[in-house]
Design a protein around this ligand. Structure first.
Ligand code: AMP
Length: 418
């Protein structure tokens, strides 16, 4: 028997209501804040990701799904949503639009990770990006939007964690300080952190291994090494958050996993749990990314939430999506002649755009009514030998459980009129 590949999951019909609920709320919030939907391809030229996410990051080093296409070009299945949007922004001249250009997406994301609860090799993200504006008020708005999104789903006990990791002017100085500090602890670090020390020292801060906690907790803070511009920017972001009454926690160890981030970074965590594994979403500024891709200097900021993790959290909190209203028409029949009438009516109602479920084969009326109940139909038509002789059919109101006989012509006239 074949199984879905490790780390992937089928989203079965019974689960769909959760996913649609999350997507509908997400789209509503985006509309409220003036964001337009964008879809980008599932795969891109690998260089786009290597260059932007960073060659020393976990994602690029060990997690991408990359392959040569039949022309020998190396392609990568999208491991994150921001770089493709920046590529599209430049490719389609969106820099000529009024700023900030606000875009949102739903995207399948692929990362070859060690699968566990809430961590898959293919997952869905909802994300949004605002390009072309550096104002700290935009950072606060982007953070507020994330809070509104989770709140609209009924998820309230979440913690908004924020930090600033500076810009390309002040970060080198900070990394030097960080490496200087960590040089005393190098022997105690986990093997992965030993590698990070050389290749990506900022990621030392978010290691979850017990052996690395002591060193990470006492490490110098990025906010203490900010240049005057970044310090002012971060002060203003926090000021706006207070002004908007958005509760937040400053987390000096929050750094995020991709190289392109600058200045503000933030994450939404379920309360009481500090593990990065449980983050429902995260984002930050990436003021150099567009330039890195060949565009003009363009400050930008974005956010992405994991849909599966959000659904897991909804379930843990006992939040169920609103049940869909029973809707549809079930057509049952008893006997061969009656079946012909049923086939005819089903076709007529469907071509008038109505949702119709119909019976097949030779089932008892009882079995057909069971099926009608399970289908979610709110009305049923039952053809029997006696009724069709008089051009009639039994109409059953599935919600009230009442039924009566009516003429087939009347049914068609009533249901198919526009
Ligand atoms: P990231 O791009 O890593 O910041 O991820 C944004 C959000 O996507 C995270 O906060 C998670 O909710 C979700 N996410 C990231 N990686 C995975 C994964 N492997 N499986 C499921 N969800 C994930």
């Amino acid at each position: 028997m074949y199984k879905a590949p490790r780390g992937t999951a089928d989203i079965l019909p019974a689960e769909q209501a959760y996913f649609r609920y999350v997507e509908e709320r997400a789209a509503e919030i985006c509309q409220r804040y003036g964001y337009m939907r964008i879809d980008t391809p599932v795969f891109e030229d690998s260089r786009l990701f290597i260059r932007t996410i960073g060659p020393g990051t976990d994602i690029v080093e060990k997690e991408t799904y990359s392959f040569y296409d039949r022309s020998g070009h190396i392609m990568t299945l999208r491991p994150e949503g921001t770089a493709p949007i920046c590529r599209a922004y430049l490719e389609h001249g969106m820099h000529n639009l009024p700023k900030p250009v606000r875009l949102y997406y739903f995207a399948a994301i692929f990362r070859y990770e060690r699968p566990q609860k809430g961590r898959y090799r293919q997952h869905q993200q909802f994300g949004y990006e605002a390009l072309g504006e550096g104002d700290p008020a935009l950072d606060a708005e982007i953070i507020d939007m994330a809070r509104c999104f989770f709140k609209s789903l009924g998820l309230r006990r979440l913690s908004m964690q924020v930090n600033s990791i500076g810009c390309n002017k002040c970060r080198p100085g900070y990394l030097k300080k960080l490496k200087g500090y960590y040089s005393k602890y190098i022997d105690q670090l986990c093997p992965e952190c030993k590698g990070r020390y050389r290749k990506n020292p900022i990621r030392l801060l978010d290691c979850k291994k017990p052996s690395c906690q002591g060193a990470a907790n006492g490490a110098p803070k990025s906010t203490a090494s900010l240049c005057p511009e970044c310090r002012e920017h971060f002060k203003d972001v926090l000021g706006y958050l207070r002004l908007m009454k958005i509760p937040f926690k400053q987390n000096h160890r929050l750094v995020r996993g991709l190289d392109y981030y600058t200045r503000t970074v933030f994450e939404v965590q379920p309360q009481g749990d500090g593990g990065a594994q449980s983050a429902l979403g995260g984002g930050g500024r990436y003021d150099d990314l567009i330039e890195e891709l060949g565009g003009k200097p363009t400050p930008a900021i974005g956010f992405a939430a994991g849909i599966e993790r959000t659904v897991l959290n909804l379930k843990e909190h006992g939040i169920t999506p609103p049940a869909p209203k029973a809707q549809g028409i079930y057509i049952a029949y008893v006997g061969d002649k009656a079946r012909e009438e049923a086939v005819k009516l089903a076709a007529q109602l469907r071509s008038a755009g109505l949702p119709v479920y119909r019976s097949f084969g030779q089932k008892s009326l009882k079995a057909q009514m069971r099926q009608a109940n399970a289908s979610g139909a709110d009305q049923a038509f039952i053809f029997g030998e006696d009724e069709i002789k008089n051009g009639k059919v039994v109409y059953r109101d599935m919600v009230e459980g009442e039924q009566w006989e009516i003429s087939v012509d009347e049914v068609i006239a009533l249901l198919t009129q526009v």
